[in-house]
Design a protein around this ligand. Structure first.
Ligand code: SF4
Length: 279
């Protein structure tokens, strides 16, 4: 029987970046009250970790109220936010540190030009470095990188940028031509199995003595790793078909139709590298 421990909650599909490898599906956000009802179900089920993603989760106006609500119901749930970081200012830094245990930033290259070329914009790289400085040592930090044909040779050099910060994890995702723009641009971005393997070897060489946990996520495992809730409360099975809406159905019923065979592997990696929240 499927058992989930963590949830990837795409709280909004609104975004202020325009990545050419983006695969979000555009649906409406729910109200804060409805999202609290979803949170109640996740808490009652016994979920241990919730990652707010998107879109850009900081564009959901109820985000911090929802996070506070979840922590008030169960302070032991780990809360994580995956953000492109553009909206972060001093006030948001404080709110994130008050409410979240983990923060994940996207970093695709050491080049401003590459971030511009893929739609993240020229501010993305300097803003990410500024944010790493702001959060350094105050919260668990993770970096996500999407490996494409266009940045594959530069990815090992990202390590030089992040190793000076107190980063706990670095996850490299193989570009996944699943839906939306990601599907349209598959010829431009796709990498082969051999290129992925070569990248892994290069990264393992440059990171040999690091304390940073390095993970690779091949798209072959993508659908069976994450329990993802969409902004309108729906969940999809592994073929992409909507199978339930968590507002109306129980968590246990929602997971029945989804193959989550890689979910538990992720739990072990995550537990090993999770520190207690540092305030
Ligand atoms: S990949 Fe993420 S940051 Fe980029 S456009 Fe899509 S939702 Fe926004």
């Amino acid at each position: 029987m499927n058992k989930i421990y963590s949830v990837c909650w795409n709280i909004t599909e609104k975004c202020n970046e325009f990545c050419e490898f983006c695969y979000r599906t555009i649906v409406d956000d729910l109200t804060l009250e409805k999202n609290k009802r979803i949170a109640d179900k996740l808490i009652e089920y016994g979920v241990e970790k919730i990652t707010f993603a998107g879109g850009e989760p900081l564009l959901y106006s109820g985000l911090f109220d929802l996070a506070k609500y979840i922590k008030s119901q169960n302070p032991n749930i780990l809360l994580s936010i995956t953000t492109n970081g553009l909206l972060i200012n001093e006030q948001i830094v404080t709110l994130i540190l008050e409410n979240f245990d983990w923060i994940t930033f996207d970093l695709e290259s050491t080049s401003i030009e590459y971030h511009k070329q893929v739609g993240r914009g020229e501010k993305h790289l300097p803003k990410t470095l500024e944010n790493l400085n702001r959060f350094n040592g105050k919260i668990n930090i993770k970096i996500n990188t999407v490996a494409t044909k266009q940045n594959i040779n530069d990815i090992p050099f990202i390590f030089n940028l992040i190793q000076v910060f107190n980063v706990q994890r670095w996850k490299i995702f193989r570009y996944y031509p699943i839906t939306y723009k990601a599907q349209d641009n598959k010829d431009y971005f796709s990498i082969t199995d051999e290129e992925l393997e070569e990248l892994k070897q290069k990264i393992l060489q440059v990171t040999v003595n690091t304390q940073i946990q390095i993970d690779f996520n091949d798209y072959k495992e993508f659908k069976t790793t994450y329990f993802s809730i969409f902004p309108n409360g729906t969940l999809k099975d592994n073929s992409g078909k909507v199978t339930c809406n968590i507002l109306n159905d129980s968590v246990a019923d929602c997971i029945k139709s989804i193959d989550l065979s890689h979910h538990i592997v992720r739990k072990k990696v995550f537990e090993k590298f999770t520190n207690k929240k540092q305030k």
